[in-house]
Write a protein that binds this ligand. Structure first.
Ligand SMILES: NC(=O)c1ccc[n+]([C@@H]2O[C@H](COP(=O)([O-])OP(=O)(O)OC[C@H]3O[C@@H](n4cnc5c(N)ncnc54)[C@H](OP(=O)(O)O)[C@@H]3O)[C@@H](O)[C@H]2O)c1
Length: 290
């Protein structure tokens, strides 16, 4: 299998590079080798590589900055996925693309299913939703995996930030009114590789579409922060003595975030017989050292 991986240095892309390697030849790129904001460049690269699968782990993920850089966010998150879908369809290739819980406004009060109407609150969510729609409009063989609260330990993430704060502050205040599913990038990459391992030409055509795929269960950022401290392999370095709940209103940000954006991943489990483990078990594994 010849796979074009875009975004090899991102949280997810880094892991995909490793999990996809067993499937065949992986041509892995990231900015500036490929600039998703340049439509012509995207087409040229895909035509040069002629992949059987495109895995797009690149995105404009700076949620707050997107509010003042909407043109760039739309180019990368909305237009580029459509171009990748068109090029994939021309080649008869499959496209695996990732989207976000931030397409929802967070007002439902229970985990979102794929048929719930999206209503993004900010530029990031709107641009990602447009990207989903661009891929769907082209059709062909595609998977859109909507995920949430992605973390890894090798790039800045909520997990690495909490660990850093825990070495500096005796008391932490973390919002308890934002709730979703923490998702370890590694496990998302593992599942992606397992899916592609099964995917002969027709398989993905029959099962393609939009799926929710995130860590099982949900928690607040406050609950997540406490779990991070619990599973810290170097607790002796912590100076934090208490983690206090706070409100989103206490930390104003340029972009509004959904409050309850947990994803229901049952459609994915029913269709593929696979799923991510409970979020805290994945966190424990991510943070464990021998
Ligand atoms: N992180 C989350 O909490 C979260 C939640 C839900 C869904 N998702 C989705 O999951 C997917 C993976 O997210 P992630 O957290 O792994 O993202 P990430 O760590 O921010 O990685 C994104 C990658 O895209 C690259 N990139 C940025 N602009 C580019 C451009 N113009 N051309 C080519 N590449 C460019 C980035 O390069 P630079 O680092 O140089 O900018 C980076 O390597 C994305 O689709 C994201 O929307 C993420």
């Amino acid at each position: 299998m010849r796979i074009l991986l875009i975004g090899k240095y991102g949280q997810l892309g880094w892991e995909l590079h490793r999990t996809l390697a067993i499937l065949g030849e992986v041509i892995a790129l990231d900015y500036p080798e490929i600039n998703l904001a340049q439509a012509d460049e995207v087409r040229r690269v895909v035509r040069q590589v002629r992949p059987e699968v495109i895995a797009n782990a690149s995105a404009y993920t700076a949620v707050d900055r997107a509010e003042s850089e909407s043109e760039l966010a739309y180019a990368i998150n909305a237009r580029a996925p459509g171009i990748l879908a068109e090029e994939a369809a021309d080649l008869g290739a499959a496209l695996v693309h990732y989207s976000t819980d931030y397409v929802f406004d967070g007002s439902k009060g229970s985990p979102y299913v794929e048929t719930d109407p999206p209503n993004p609150l900010g530029v990031y969510g709107r641009s990602k939703l447009e990207g989903e729609r661009a891929v769907e409009q082209v059709g062909g063989k595609y998977l859109i995996l909507r995920t949430s609260w992605v973390y890894s330990l090798r790039r800045d993430s909520f997990v690495t930030k909490v660990l850093q704060w825990s070495r500096q502050q005796t008391s932490l205040r973390v919002v308890d009114d934002q709730v979703s599913n923490p998702t370890w990038a590694r496990m998302l990459a593992e599942v992606t590789a397992q899916l592609l391992a099964k995917a002969d030409k027709d398989w993905l055509g029959e099962r393609g579409g939009l799926y929710h795929l995130a860590g099982d269960g949900f928690t607040s950022r406050w609950g997540w922060a406490q779990a991070i401290l619990r599973h810290d392999a170097h607790k002796e370095e912590q100076v934090t003595r208490q983690v206090l709940p706070a409100s989103t209103l206490d930390f104003p940000t340029p972009a509004q975030r959904p409050l309850f954006s947990a994803l229901d991943c049952q459609k994915f489990a029913r269709t593929f017989g696979l799923g991510l483990p409970p979020w805290e078990e994945a966190l424990r594994l991510a943070m464990e050292v021998s």
